[in-house]
Design a protein around this ligand. Structure first.
Ligand SMILES: [Zn+2]
Length: 269
């Protein structure tokens, strides 16, 4: 079986070592993990998550009566926090998640991506996705790079054409540096190809899978009184405040889901 996230982690180290524009990234502060994502379904192939967002100002949710506009219910006051992920005693600043098997099966022919790599083999689409997520890391601060348009205006939730072009430039630069075959070989297979080549695909996940470190609401200890409005509790699903090495595990992914790898297995690559 291949440990796909270990292979991606080695690739990330090699990319930041070879591409000057991404050399500010400390790979020891980046953790790669797997999520389930069906091939062909809508959704991202990969995502960059920052753990650098500060605790929010206190606030609460409220619901209004549609006709009178009066507030009828509200949640307790809370702050929104980011969990810490501490591995080997070090704080992780960014998580990169990869949707499996969708990431491995992403199309290339006929896509916008193909136009950026004329004549390139289809596996370059996967390399482009890895570089894309690394390019989301902000060199200036603990967060995600701000997206801006040509005139400098913020592009919330959108990627500018320049973003894709820069990613293609860095991807090409990485390929031109002639990375070792053993680092990039795993990218050359789609999901079925990986299973045929390695016997299966495993990935690091968090023990609370399918969850992972995400922002969460923490009610304030002392609740300011608000008269006359019913208070409804916050969603009881809570995140750990801190994740450590003990919160990581390995799962084997397949076309329709994943299962925990319990017994020691030989992991190739
Ligand atoms: Zn993106």
């Amino acid at each position: 079986m291949i440990n796909y996230t270990a292979a991606l982690t080695r690739l990330v180290r090699d990319i930041v070592a070879r591409v000057d524009a991404l050399s500010f990234i400390d790979p020891d502060e980046v953790l790669v993990f797997g999520r389930f994502g069906r091939t062909g379904a809508c959704g991202a192939f990969a995502t960059c998550h920052t753990l650098g967002l500060p605790t929010s100002e206190p606030g609460y949710f409220f619901w209004r009566d549609r006709e009178t506009g009066c507030v009828t219910r509200r949640s307790p006051w809370f702050v929104t926090k980011t969990p810490r992920v501490v591995l080997g005693g070090r704080d992780i600043r960014y998580l990169l998640s990869f949707a499996l098997p969708r990431f491995c099966d992403q199309p290339f022919g006929g896509t916008r991506k193909e136009l950026l790599y004329p004549g390139a083999p289809s596996w370059v689409a996967r390399l482009d996705s890895v570089v894309h997520e690394l390019y989301h890391i902000d060199p200036e601060q603990h967060g995600l790079r701000r997206m801006t348009s040509h005139d400098g205006a913020a592009l919330e939730g959108h990627h500018s054409p320049e973003f894709f072009e820069r990613v293609a430039e860095f991807t090409t630069c990485y390929l031109e540096s002639r990375p070792p075959e053993e680092i990039v070989e795993f990218l050359k297979y789609d999901f079925d190809g990986l299973v045929a080549r390695y016997g299966g695909v495993a990935a690091r996940t968090f023990r609370n899978y399918p969850s992972y470190p995400q922002r969460y609401h923490e009610p304030l200890d002392s609740q300011p009184a608000v008269a006359g409005v019913r208070v409804v509790p916050l969603d009881a699903r809570r995140q750990p405040e801190i994740y450590t090495d003990a919160d990581l595990c390995l799962r084997e992914f397949h076309a329709r889901g994943s299962r925990r790898v319990m017994s020691p297995v030989v992991i190739a690559a």
